[in-house]
Every structure is written in structure tokens, then in C-alpha cells.
Design a binder for this molecule. Structure first.
Ligand SMILES: [Zn+2]
Ligand SMILES: [Zn+2]
Length: 417
């Protein structure tokens, strides 16, 4: 027996079905809001990620699957989607097209995280990117799409948290104040934070350590340091979000793990009603990233969702996928009719099963029961002559003789039988 690689996971049919449903709904909502799919390779030149995510980050330093190809190139499995979309946008001259520059993607990402954290090393993300607009209306639209999608897949109590992380002109002043504040309290910082303080003081706001998060309460807040352009952008975004009817709140200490964000950052948080909260998706504006990677100046904004997290929150039901109907036949001529009925119903989208072993009536019924089929469609000699079938509701045990053309109606309204 050869087992799966550590940190990787098989996606079995039930979970695959939930994912399929999530992707289908995403496709519908993203496309109706003007976003088109872009499918990108999972392998890129390592430099793409060192330039976009940053050489000094944990992702690039410790977590990427990087190897040297036979010709000496350094290649990496993508740890996230945005950098590849940016590369493709410029490399394929998509910016010359007259259509809006709105794209979405989905697929596996790879990070060699420590397995004890329970994180997968291959995980799936779903994301969208919008290039070329700096208006807060674009931010509001993107956030609306995220919110709308999460409510469409029936995720409970979704709130969007927003903040601004400023721009290259106003953020340094804030970082300076933050560094001053934390330096005063350096004795109370955890080991990680005291070493991060000089490199990236914003990351201290993310620390989960108890004393660090207590310190945060009195830390300076960035909105008070925004330049007039960033502040105006932030305020207009809030006005637009109200018009878009998005349930949002401000989180003055929210920063994102990656350095490339400017102005708007946001997270979608879902609470399960029992008090626990989960961040299910996040994103932000990145007005300098495209230039950083490609040398071309384009504004950008986008978000990404972790598909595993969504599946976990939606997959509360223990049952397996069950067929809608099971064909039960008595004799050769009824089998022929059974096959015809099977084909008609499956073409209409119902999920059906047979007894492939062609055994007797009792055996077929037993199998239908084992598969937890919702209905049995029973076709006997009499039924063949009269063009009628017996439909049995396997949950209630109630059965009824009906004309073959009416089966669909019964399957659609199972509570009536
Ligand atoms: Zn600014
Ligand atoms: Zn800390």
C-alpha cells in the first residue's frame, strides 16, 4: 500500500459535490457582475512570487515548493493566485482589450506549512481581480460580490470587516507612531513581535498572543493618520457599501499578511450562531503590485476565498449522496422499459441507479434500500401492458401506481407521496 503525501488530501465524492455546487454559484455571480474566468498554470518562475509576495515573508522563505528545473530555472508551485493573474494580464496584453479588466480564477495552491497546524499543503482558492480602477465604487462592488456570494451559498451571518491601510505616502507616518508605541511596551511583547517590530510593525496588530492583543487596544489607529486622498476613499467606500446593502463594520486594527495592499482591506467573517467566528474570505486594493511585477502601472483590487473552509462550514450533514430513484424490474420486457425510463429521468437531471446484477425483485429492493434511494420505480408485467409504474417513497413506504409520464412530477414533490 502506497499512502498519500503528508499534508495532502483526497477529495471524496460528497465533498466534491459540495465544492462543485460552490464553484457553480461563484461562476454565476461573478459572471453576471462582469468577471470572466482565467485559467492559469500551477507552476511559475520563483521570481514572480519573490517579487510580489516579498522575499522576507514566511510564504517565500519557508513555505513554497521550489525546485530547480533541468535547465537551471528556479520554479515554484503557486502559493496564491493574484501574482499569476497579474502576470497573465500584462503578458497577454489583456490591458489593450476594450472590455473591463475583470477576472476570476479557481484552483489548487501549495504551501509547505507545518503539518501539526492541521493545514493542508494543497488547498483550493477561489478569487477575483479587477485591474485599472482606483474608484471606491470598484471597492464597494468587489466587496458586494463577496458578500452576495457567501449569502448565496447559505453561509450564516456573514459580516464584512473593512479598514484602510493607507498608501506609500501616509502609511510610513503611522508605522513610525506604531513602532514608538510598541517600543515603549517592548517588555510585554512576545518573542515574535519584538523581532518583527523593526521590520514590519503592522504585523504586530495580527498577533494572537494574549498580552500582545491586550496592548493593541491602546495602539494608535491608522484612520487617524490617513492622507486626505486615502481618507476620502475610505469614507466614500462606506457610503457606497450602504447603497449596495452590504452588512459591514469597521475593524480599525485589521491589516493583511501581505505587504502589497494599499487603501482598502477587507475580510468576510461568518459566525455560526454559537459565538465562534470564522474568516472565510479576504482581500484588498493593491495599487502598486502590477507595476512591481510587470513594470506597467495599473491599479488593482481583489479577494480570495479558501474553498476548504467553506466546505467545512457547509458540510454539517452526515449523510452520503443518495440516488433520487432506483429502477426495480420484473422480467425482460419490463427491464427494457426500465432502461428507457432511467434514460429519460437522468437526462432531466435526476440521479438514478439500477441493480446491474439483474437479480430478483427482493434483491433489487434491498439494494435500493442500501443505497438510501429516495424512490423506487417498480415496473412489473402488468405495468408494461398498461404503461404505468409503481412509485414507492422509500422514506414513508407509501406507494402509488401512476402513468409513466407523471414520474417526474412525483420525484419533484416527494412530500406528496
Ligand atoms: Zn494615503
Ligand atoms: Zn506578539
Amino acid at each position: 500500500m502506497i499512502n498519500i503525501v503528508k499534508g495532502f488530501k483526497d477529495i471524496l465524492p460528497k465533498e466534491a459535490a459540495i465544492r462543485g455546487d460552490i464553484l457553480l454559484k461563484a461562476k454565476r455571480i461573478f459572471e453576471s457582475n462582469g468577471f470572466n474566468e482565467i485559467i492559469l498554470p500551477i507552476l511559475e518562475k520563483t521570481e514572480l512570487f519573490t517579487r510580489s509576495i516579498g522575499e522576507a515573508t514566511d510564504i517565500v522563505q519557508k513555505e513554497m515548493y521550489t525546485f530547480t528545473d533541468k535547465n537551471g530555472d528556479s520554479l515554484s508551485l503557486r502559493p496564491e493566485g493574484t501574482a499569476s493573474v497579474v502576470r497573465a494580464f500584462v503578458e497577454n496584453n489583456l490591458f489593450n482589450k476594450s472590455t473591463p479588466h475583470k477576472y476570476y480564477y479557481s484552483g489548487p495552491m501549495f504551501r509547505r506549512e507545518r503539518p501539526q497546524k492541521g493545514r493542508l499543503r494543497q488547498f483550493y482558492q477561489l478569487g477575483l481581480e479587477f485591474f485599472g480602477e482606483d474608484s471606491p465604487l470598484a471597492d464597494a462592488h468587489i466587496i458586494y460580490i463577496l458578500h452576495k456570494f457567501l449569502s448565496e451559498i447559505n453561509l450564516q451571518n456573514v459580516v464584512i470587516e473593512i479598514n484602510s491601510v493607507g498608501c506609500e505616502f501616509c502609511r510610513p507616518k503611522y508605522e513610525e507612531e506604531l513602532t514608538k508605541y510598541y517600543t515603549k511596551n517592548i517588555d510585554n511583547l512576545c518573542e515574535d513581535c519584538s523581532s518583527r517590530l523593526s521590520k514590519n510593525p503592522l504585523r504586530l496588530l495580527d498577533c494572537k498572543n494574549e498580552t500582545c492583543s491586550q496592548l493593541k487596544t491602546d495602539a494608535p489607529v491608522i484612520v487617524e493618520y490617513l492622507c486626505s486622498e486615502c481618507l476620502e476613499h475610505h469614507n466614500r467606500l462606506k457610503d457606497f457599501l450602504k447603497i449596495f446593502n452590504v452588512n459591514f463594520r469597521e475593524n480599525k486594527f485589521m491589516v493583511r499578511g501581505l505587504d502589497y495592499y494599499t487603501k482598502t482591506v477587507f475580510e468576510a467573517v461568518s459566525s455560526d450562531g454559537l459565538g465562534s467566528q470564522n474568516a472565510v474570505g479576504a482581500g484588498g486594493r493593491y495599487n502598486n503590485l502590477v507595476e512591481q511585477i510587470t513594470g506597467k502601472k495599473f491599479h488593482g483590487i481583489g479577494f480570495a476565498l479558501g474553498v476548504e473552509r467553506l466546505v467545512l462550514l457547509l458540510n454539517q450533514d452526515e449523510s452520503e449522496i443518495a440516488p433520487d430513484f432506483f429502477i426495480v424490474t420484473l422480467g425482460e420486457s419490463s427491464l427494457n422499459i426500465g432502461i428507457k425510463i432511467y434514460l429519460e429521468l437522468t437526462q432531466k437531471g435526476f440521479r438514478g441507479e439500477f441493480d446491474y446484477q439483474l437479480k430478483g425483485f427482493k434483491h433489487q429492493l434491498k439494494k435500493a434500500d442500501k443505497y438510501k434511494s429516495k424512490f423506487c420505480i417498480i415496473i412489473g408485467e402488468n405495468e408494461v401492458k398498461s404503461n404505468k409504474v409503481i412509485v414507492k417513497n422509500m422514506l414513508t413506504g407509501v406507494q402509488q401506481e401512476i402513468a409513466a409520464e407523471n414520474i417526474e412530477g412525483v420525484l419533484n414533490e416527494p412530500y406528496k407521496l
